[in-house]
Design a protein around this ligand. Structure first.
Ligand code: NAD
Length: 478
């Protein structure tokens, strides 16, 4: 069984904390052991990032030099993609074919190449005489040392979405992966060094929530970037207030999937299946709430139930598998609890709703009807392969129901009427609105929330901008 240390200042460090066992959710068996970093380990990592920032070994490099190192890292990740994909699949239970060829590894490599390019962006610099006799200039400088805290649902992708834009901006980072899924993030440590990114620029500290808390409290950390649940985002924002850190929060979601009467039921059902079972529904943008015009309720609902019944669930390394297990026993209990409480509140389970017998944390793709808008199953993030189907009578009601949750991360609208699609997209309070699709993203497109889904963007040039701070330099002309 592989044993990992902490990655601090460009080397493996034993750490003072205890040990954590890492398991494979498809079998429930341990696969690795990592350090549960103590407060002093976090301090050591922050000091390394602080020194690396202030001696300018990264922050004062030209954007071109930073870009080249990020590009080399992308090449190295590509070279080691198969080993990374296997480790990711084993640590998360994601179908291997999706990690290796589908969403994860090819996207991660493209994300790194995008951030390498974005490091060289000159957009937005300006200089001018705004007060008589003075020239004003604006410097976009890196924020400094950034604490970055990741979730378990896309471990390597979330790591890259965190350090990619921060490094492009010239920051140095301490990255804490989620407690259960640190393997691929740790595997990046040596590749980062090999790419020529100086020691101390990226430090990887494994551990649980207390390790994260120590990072957020640390006075030398200037900014905290979290991808995680809305509850964790609120706690972090409160803690960060004590030292007035900047916060960048990518939080939970509860995406509506709004189907008008002119949409094709077969296409709608096929996408609803993919968007609710991809990554076993453990996706912050997953389709979770289908709202269908009441004239098409039966045909759309029946088509969705049929496609959900067809999802191939099982061993992540089998070729024809579409959905693996949930991430842990705890997460499966959570999903079971949501479904049981929905039933008690009067909802009907049209398919699924049960755990799959045997090893691993499998749960059936599930469709629920007759839930009321105020019910927990409509209002709260489940993070499992569970869809509700409800109806609406007109456009205004579709918009009102879609918006009626605390979250605002992603939504989709299904109609052939472009005017209606644009109107509904304008009214929906979500950071991403898809028209006639649900799930795709590109490295260039900003991803982030409205409302209690947080603020700040991942991906895109906006993400790089979030790790910069503007300095005004004023020169007296005479
Ligand atoms: P989580 O909030 O339980 O944990 C996220 C990270 O925060 C972990 O590394 C955890 O150790 C750390 N943490 C927890 N408490 C902390 C504290 N007090 N101080 C500092 N760090 C702390 O989330 P999770 O269960 O790992 O991930 C699932 C959640 O992430 C879902 O809500 C999902 O919607 C969200 N998510 C959002 C996005 C997005 O882009 N908006 C993307 C992926 C996942």
């Amino acid at each position: 069984m592989q044993k990992y240390k902490l990655w601090i200042d460009g080397k493996w460090v034993a750490g003072k904390g205890g040990k954590m066992s890492i398991e494979n959710p498809a079998t429930g068996k341990p696969i690795a052991e990592v350090v549960d970093a103590a407060r002093e380990d976090v301090d050591k990592a922050v000091q390394a990032a602080h020194n690396a920032f202030y001696d300018g070994r990264w922050s004062r490099l030209t954007p071109g030099a930073r870009s080249l190192a990020l590009w080399k890292l992308a090449d190295l990740v590509e070279k080691h993609a198969e080993a990374l994909a296997k480790a990711e699949s084993e640590n998360t239970g994601k179908p291997y074919k999706f990690v290796s060829l589908g969403a994860d590894m090819p996207f991660v490599i493209d994300n790194l190449r995008f951030f390498a390019a974005a490091a060289r962006d000159t957009h937005g610099s300006a200089a001018g005489e705004y007060a008589a006799g003075f020239t004003s200039m604006y410097r976009r400088e890196p924020v400094g040392v950034v604490g970055q805290i990741a979730p378990w649902n896309y471990p390597i992708m979330m790591a890259v979405w965190k350090f990619g834009p921060a490094l492009a901006a010239g920051c140095t980072v301490i990255l804490k992966p989620a407690p259960g899924t640190p393997i691929t993030t740790l595997m990046l440590g040596e590749l980062i060094k090999e790419a020529g990114i100086p020691d101390g620029v990226v430090n990887i500290v494994t551990g649980g929530n207390e390790t994260g808390q120590a990072l957020v409290e640390h006075p030398l950390v200037r900014m905290v970037s979290l991808t995680g649940s809305t509850g964790t985002g609120k706690k972090i924002m409160k803690t960060a207030a004590d030292t007035l850190k900047r916060v960048h929060l990518e939080l939970g979601g509860k995406a509506p999937f709004i189907v008008f009467e002119d949409a094709d039921p077969e296409i709608v059902a096929a996408t609803a299946k993919l968007a609710s079972t991809f990554n076993t529904g453990q996706d912050c943008t997953a389709a979770t709430r289908v709202y269908v015009h009441k004239s098409k309720e039966k045909i759309v609902r029946d088509a969705i139930v049929e496609t959900m019944k067809s999802v191939k669930v099982g061993d992540p390394f089998a070729d024809d598998i579409e959905m693996g297990p949930l991430i842990s026993a705890t997460q499966r209990e959570r999903v079971v609890g949501f479904v049981d409480r929905a039933k008690q509140a009067g909802a009907k389970i049209l398919t699924g709703g049960k755990t799959v017998k045997g090893a691993g944390y499998y749960f059936e793709p599930t469709v629920i009807s007759s839930a009321k808008q105020a019910d927990e199953i409509i209002q709260s993030e489940v993070f499992g392969p569970v869809l509700t189907v409800s109806t609406f009578k007109d456009d205004d009601e579709a918009i009102a129901l879609g918006n009626d949750v605390p979250y605002g991360l992603a939504a989709s609208v299904w109609t052939k009427d472009i005017g209606r699609a644009m109107k509904v997209a304008r009214e929906l309070e979500f950071g991403t609105v898809w028209i006639n699709d649900h799930i795709p993203l590109a490295s260039e497109t900003p991803h982030g929330g409205f409302k209690q889904s947080g603020f700040g963007k991942d991906l895109s040039a906006e993400a790089v901008g979030d790790y910069k701070i503007t300095k005004h330099v004023m020169v007296k002309n005479t």
